[in-house]
Design a protein around this ligand. Sequence first.
Ligand SMILES: Cc1ncc(COP(=O)(O)O)c(C=O)c1O
Length: 449
Amino acid sequence: MKSYPKSEALYQKAVEYIPGGVSRNTVFHKPHPHYAAEAKGCFVKDVDGTERIDFANNMASLIHGHAHPAIVEAVTEQLKKGTAYTLATEAEVRLAELLHNRVKEFEKIRFVNSGTEAVMAMIKASRAFTGKPKIAKAEGAYHGTYDFAEVSQTSNPFNWGDRNSPNSVALAEGTPQSVLDNVIVFPYNDVERTIAILDSHADELACVIIDPVPHRVGLLEGKHEFIEALHKWTRRNDALLVFDEVVTFRVNYGGAQERYAVKPDLTALGKIIGGGFPVGALAGRADIMEVLDPRQQKLKFPHSGTFSANPITMTAGRVAMELFDQQAVDDLNALTKKAIVQIENVIRLADVPISITGAGSMFRIHFRSAAPQTYREAYQRPAVYAVINELLDYLFYKENLIMINTCACMFSTALTQNEVDRLSQALLNGFRFIRPKLEELYTQHVNYH
Ligand SMILES: Cc1ncc(COP(=O)(O)O)c(C=O)c1O
């Protein structure tokens, strides 16, 4: 294998100071991570000089790829004027107005610095508004790293329990039992089981949190009847229906929520609305958002943050979202749809037990012949993961492509049909490369469901 001496040397130094050498496990890679030197559009060059096509876009956050000239220009202007003040800025008002005009249900908006913070603020606002302690979330759904949001994020066959009432499983060692007791877990898209589970905690639930296209659950769209049933249940039980659209806001002009007849009470945002800078936001019903309003006689949810709504992020975010207008959304989704059709073709050509799910500008490749319908179906045993990693390494080292480690792609407007063709051809080569390994695996049948 080609060597990457500069990345290797940086990693040797990194492990001296940083646990595992990385500040986010996402970029960890054996034998060593690769270090980026520069990027433009859909291309990223590492410090050893290899250029790759980027289909991950910093985990779905760079909707226009890298270093878009209009964003660079606007941020450069703002940089010269200062990066953060102990004063509010016009930049935050402009981004709030833009998002409000984009989604009328975003009656009020608060900015924070990450999706994790946005989800945390959404949960705390729900508790403050309803006066109730518990939340309900889908098994396998990723909502960032707040204790309560992390529960059952990576449940597995050895701890997930009965599907009629899934266990609340801690992610981090040392998570207090009280956290687990306050998080109710349900199977995504399963109306009957979910409503039965919610019913048994009806008096205590502040909110039901839903990612409308949960990546880790399988990148499956929430079914209309599921979302509508949750909406109805929350109305009946004085609870809130809240959406995590940190990733899925890219799916339509008005986010993934645009396609539903019913709307969430609150929405957590992040990723693309920061134009490439750290961001999060909480948006929704004005009467609920009052819990954050310092003018209230009784402030129910005191909230601050040193870099919240900093003008660099706000400026980059506004320009990025102005550029991501209805036409840009439609064009990007059309390109992604073409990619999915091409990959479905490639799956047939390579004759492999693989399937694909997706929505808007995102898709995920699954190592089973029928697309999964649930988290438990999407779950892959470690032996399959080893083959997935072999495919990802093949794509990274031999084909010079970057994908997300679940074998997912999150497109940017910098991509064109050329890159989609490169991806299809690379996947055909990659599927043929892993085919014998997959065959071997599937002779050892394991049924977890
Ligand atoms: C659906 C979802 N919610 C929340 C988060 C957390 O966002 P951040 O990494 O900005 O804290 C993520 C991050 O990937 C996410 O995918």
